[in-house]
Ligand binder design. Structure first.
Ligand code: AMP
Length: 409
C-alpha cells in the first residue's frame, strides 16, 4: 500500500515523500479512506502510531480540493488538543503536510498574548488546532466563528478529560453544527471516554491500534531498582556515560523537576525543565533548545509530556514512575519515533513497587529488570562529581559495618 493509492491531492503525496513517510502506518491505512468519505471515526491509538498524519492528510486534501482560491471562507475544521505543546506540534505537522496547498492552518492556545492570534484569525484560516479553553474565550468574544465547522477532531480525548476540559468541550459544541464529521482519538478507553465519544459521533467507524503491547517494538525498555535518594547519582552516571545523547527525563512533580535540574547543575550537567509553571514563551524556547540539541537534557512532568515529538530523543528516563499507568506508554513513546530505535530506563524505588506492578499489569507483560550488582551500585554513588562529606561518611560507615561482619564470621 502506498500513499498514492489514496485519493489524495498530489501536493500532499510530494510532501509526505519529503517527510520521509514511505508507506502508511496501520492507523493511516485504516482511517484515511473513511475520513475521505466524510465518515465519523472513533479510534483508540497511542502517540507514535502516526495518528496525527492519519487525520491531517485526508482533512487537508479535502479542504484543498473544495477551495478555488487560497482565500479562506470561514473555519472548516477544528482540532481540539489537551496541551499547548501538542497544539504547536500538530500545527507544524499540518503545515508540513499541507505545504503548497490552498489550506491555511493556525494553532491557538492559552499562555500567550491573544491579540496576535486575533489578527491572524481575521486574515482567514481553514483549520484551527487549539486547546479548548482558548477557543472558548475567542468564540465568546466573537473573534472566532466556528458555526461553519465541517470536521471536528478531538485528539488525546482521554488526556483532555484528565485535565478537566469536559465542560469547555461541551460548551463549544453548542456553537458547532450538529451535522458535521467527527473524528475522535484517544489513547485509552474507559466509561467516561466512551460516554463523551458516543455523545459526539454518529455511526462511527471504530479503529483500534495494537492495544496488546502498547510500547512500540523499536523501543527497548527496562527498569532498575534504585533507592529514592540515590536516583540522581544514577541519572548523573547515565548522562555522563552518554554525553552525546539526547535524554528526556520524567519526574513526578514540578518541584522535583527543578530539584533534579539543580542537582545536575551541581555536578556540571546542564539541563532544561518544562512544566506547567513556566509561561508559554519559556516553554517554546526550552523545546527549541532541546530540539536543536543546544541542551541535551530535558526534565519534564507528565502534563507537558504528550506534546513532545522530537524525532531524535535517544533515551527516556523515568526518574519517577508515572502515577497514571498509561503515562508509561506515553513517556517511553517519546523515544523511538517513526523508524528510529529508542531506549527507556525507569528508576523504581522500593516505595514505587506497587506502581511498577500496576504498570506491568497495564502492559500485559513484565518490564525487563536490569540488574545492578551491589558493587556497581556502590560505584555509581562514588562516581558522583558531587560527593559530600556526609556521603563519604555514609560509605565509610557501610564499609566499617561490612568489615565487622566479616570479622565476626
Ligand atoms: P504521531 O503518532 O502522530 O505522534 O506520530 C509519530 C511519529 O511518526 C511522528 O514523528 C511522525 O513524523 C512519524 N510518522 C507518521 N506517519 C509516518 C509514516 N507513514 N512513515 C514514517 N513515519 C511516520
Amino acid at each position: 500500500m502506498k500513499f498514492s493509492d489514496f485519493n489524495i491531492t498530489p501536493e500532499i503525496i510530494g510532501n509526505l515523500k519529503k517527510l520521509g513517510f514511505k508507506k502508511p502506518t496501520d492507523i493511516q491505512f485504516k482511517a484515511i479512506p473513511h475520513i475521505l468519505k466524510k465518515e465519523d471515526v472513533l479510534a483508540v491509538a497511542q502517540t507514535g502510531t502516526g495518528k496525527t498524519a492519519a487525520f491531517a492528510i485526508p482533512v487537508i486534501s479535502e479542504i484543498h480540493r473544495s477551495k478555488r482560491s487560497r482565500r479562506a471562507e470561514g473555519v472548516r475544521c477544528l482540532v481540539m488538543v489537551p496541551t499547548h505543546e501538542l497544539a504547536i506540534q500538530i500545527t507544524e505537522v499540518f503545515k508540513e503536510i499541507g505545504r503548497g496547498t490552498r489550506v491555511k492552518t493556525f494553532g491557538i492556545y492559552g499562555g500567550v498574548k491573544q491579540d496576535p492570534q486575533i489578527t491572524r484569525l481575521q486574515s482567514g484560516i481553514d483549520i484551527i488546532i487549539a486547546t479548548p479553553g482558548r477557543v472558548f474565550d475567542l468564540v465568546n468574544q466573537r473573534y472566532l466563528d466556528i458555526r461553519q465547522i465541517e470536521t471536528l477532531i478531538l485528539d488525546e480525548a482521554d488526556h483532555m478529560l484528565d485535565l478537566g476540559f469536559l465542560k469547555d468541550i461541551q460548551d463549544l459544541l453548542r456553537y458547532i453544527p450538529k451535522k458535521r464529521q467527527t473524528l475522535f482519538f484517544s489513547a485509552t478507553i474507559d466509561e467516561n471516554i466512551k460516554k463523551l465519544a458516543y455523545s459526539l459521533v454518529s455511526n462511527p467507524i471504530r479503529i483500534q491500534i495494537s492495544p496488546k503491547n502498547p510500547v512500540a517494538k523499536n523501543i527497548e525498555h527496562g527498569v532498575i531498582e534504585v533507592k529514592m535518594d540515590d536516583k540522581r547519582f544514577f541519572l548523573e552516571r547515565i548522562i555522563s556515560e552518554n554525553p552525546e545523547k539526547k535524554i528526556l527525563v520524567f519526574v513526578r512533580t514540578k518541584v522535583r523537576a527543578e530539584r533534579v535540574s539543580s542537582a545536575m547543575e551541581r555536578v556540571g550537567i546542564k539541563s532544561l525543565t518544562i512544566h506547567s509553571d513556566k509561561d508559554q514563551d519559556n516553554r517554546n524556547e526550552v523545546m527549541k533548545k532541546f530540539s536543536v540539541g543546544e541542551v541535551k537534557i530535558l526534565i519534564a512532568t507528565d502534563v507537558s509530556a504528550r506534546g513532545i515529538d522530537i524525532p531524535d530523543i535517544d533515551y527516556v528516563i523515568n526518574y519517577d514512575l508515572p502515577e497514571q499507568t498509561e503515562n508509561y506508554v506515553h513517556r517511553v513513546g517519546r523515544t523511538g519515533r517513526g523508524r528510529n530505535k529508542g531506549q527507556a530506563i525507569s528508576f523504581s524505588s522500593p516505595r514505587e513497587q506497587e506502581l511498577l506492578e500496576k504498570i506491568e499489569e497495564y502492559l500485559g507483560q513484565n518490564i525487563q529488570k536490569l540488574s545492578i550488582e551491589k558493587e556497581e551500585y556502590r560505584e555509581t554513588l562514588e562516581l558522583t562529581g558531587e560527593r559530600t562529606d556526609w556521603q563519604k561518611l555514609m560509605l565509610e560507615a557501610e564499609e566499617g559495618k561490612k568489615r565487622k561482619r566479616k570479622k565476626k564470621k
